[in-house]
Design a protein around this ligand. Structure first.
Ligand SMILES: *[C@@H]1O[C@H](CO)[C@@H](O)[C@H](O)[C@H]1NC(C)=O
Ligand SMILES: *[C@@H]1O[C@H](CO)[C@@H](O)[C@H](O)[C@H]1NC(C)=O
Ligand SMILES: *[C@@H]1O[C@H](CO)[C@@H](O)[C@H](O)[C@H]1NC(C)=O
Length: 409
């Protein structure tokens, strides 16, 4: 049944929103229904074993470890809290095959369904490698052995195949690991699955205590995703090469160099199934490396568009910001865009930690004026010098030691 839902999911992901929101001719609707029925038959044949190929031998469990953070305890210098976060799943050739057929079907259907003007966005093939992580099975209740420094412990995956755990490590051990591993402020740990498969995870230590932490959204803040348009969001996510917002990587690199002790963290509402690609995007485009905090795409969401724009993105982002703010004494710079709820999310957190948020930068992606009522409403009560709307990264200050508006005064 899982298989069935994953296909259903991808189809929904690409289609239902379009179909629902666009006026389709009666013929087209009928056409899609016919395709859908055929597709369902195919799935039924495969799941009931009408295809005689035995795919099981190809099934393979794997793990993905997301770079997370470690912070020194606020009350005890000799203790660090390290957050490990991973995902256990099983890929299979059978699902690859489904993914492949589904992507072909989806392509054909999508091309029939969208407006002519959108067709140019679906001018390439769906990238199967990008779709693949959506076609694996989350492995729940799996035991994973974590080895970090002098500690070995067992964690268990949840319903979505995820594990997320805070581990206490002594400062001595952390310093030893840094010495041995020579990766600056990052340390690694090992995760071992029940098939003896191993993966290496990265922890970015938030150090020293004093410094600036930049938290950045990804889609439409540093990467052109066009999240406000269902078709373009899908095309930019699954078809076209990822494109960086011009000037943002240069800006972040300058921030890193000009401001001592600056760390970077990517906080996004997009599916963590896209993590590998997103990380590649970050390094290929020379953005500073950092930790990644994305969200697992589960079966309940009907499409990437509604997943991204849901209330749970709001909760995901605010709760991660709380983890950062409550566990460190650093100052924060929050960067986002007007396509999602970043202004509202960042304003909410700033009202809770007024002393700790040094600046909020919002990229206006809808051509809004910088004093658009939405921004005035969201940032009401927050000093004007703390927030700045921009459409060109060159408008932003390079020196983060003061709030942006304070610099000119
Ligand atoms: C700090 O943590 C260490 C290691 O857990 C412990 O031995 C020590 O007593 C703690 N110090 C304080 C002041 O709580
Ligand atoms: C496909 O469409 C995208 C978005 O409009 C465009 O950037 C790209 O050049 C097009 N590619 C081809 C081969 O037409
Ligand atoms: C950076 O960290 C060093 C070492 O802890 C500290 O002395 C310095 O004040 C920090 N600089 C800033 C700008 O926070």
């Amino acid at each position: 049944m899982r298989l069935y839902s994953s296909l259903l999911l991808v189809l929904l992901l690409l289609l239902i929103n379009n179909v629902a929101s666009r006026k389709l001719s009666h013929f087209k609707r009928h056409f899609i229904r016919a395709f859908w029925d055929k597709l369902k038959d195919k799935i039924k044949d495969a799941t009931t074993g009408k295809f005689s190929l035995d795919f099981r031998q190809f099934d393979k469990e794997a793990m993905l470890l997301f770079p997370d953070i470690g912070f020194q305890s606020l009350t005890n210098d000799s203790v660090w809290n390290i957050i490990i976060h991973g995902w256990r799943f099983e890929g299979s050739k059978r699902k690859d095959w489904f993914g492949f057929s589904a992507s072909q079907w989806i392509e054909r259907i999508a091309k029939q369904a969208v407006d002519k003007s959108d067709l140019m966005y679906l001018n390439g093939s769906i990238n199967r490698d990008r779709l693949k992580p959506f076609f694996v099975e989350d492995e729940s209740n799996e035991k994973i052995t974590i080895k970090i420094g002098d500690k070995t412990l067992l964690v268990k995956t949840d319903q979505q195949g995820q594990f997320y755990q805070e581990i206490q490590i002594s400062n001595d051990v952390i310093q030893q690991l840094k010495q041995q591993q020579q990766q600056g402020s990052s340390i690694t740990y090992d995760a071992i699955g029940d098939n003896k498969d191993e993966a290496k995870g990265v922890i970015q230590l938030i150090e020293p205590r004093q410094g600036i932490t930049v938290i950045s959204d990804i889609d439409d803040t540093i990467k052109i995703s066009e999240v406000l348009d269902k078709v373009r969001l899908l095309a930019n996510t699954f078809i076209h090469p990822f494109k960086a917002v011009p000037g943002m990587a240069e800006l972040y690199q300058k921030w890193r160099l000009n401001n001592n002790n600056c760390t970077f963290h990517y906080l996004s509402g997009m599916p963590d199934q896209l993590y590998t690609l997103t990380h590649e995007f970050i390094s290929d485009n020379n953005f500073p490396d950092g930790s990644f905090h994305m969200r697992h795409f589960g079966w309940a969401a009907s499409s990437i568009f509604s997943f991204l724009h849901s209330q749970s993105t709001f909760i995901h982002k605010t709760s991660h910001l709380h983890v950062f703010l409550a566990n460190t004494v650093r100052d924060y710079v929050l960067v986002g865009d007007s396509g999602e709820k970043d202004p509202e999310i960042y304003a909410t957190v700033t009202k809770q930690y007024p002393e700790r948020i040094r600046a909020i930068f919002i990229r206006a992606i809808k051509g809004e004026s910088f004093d658009d009522q939405r921004f005035l409403t969201a940032f009401e009560g927050i000093p004007k010098e703390k927030w700045q709307i921009f459409n060109d990264p060159q408008q932003l200050p390079l020196d983060l030691s003061r709030s942006p508006g304070a610099a000119s005064g």
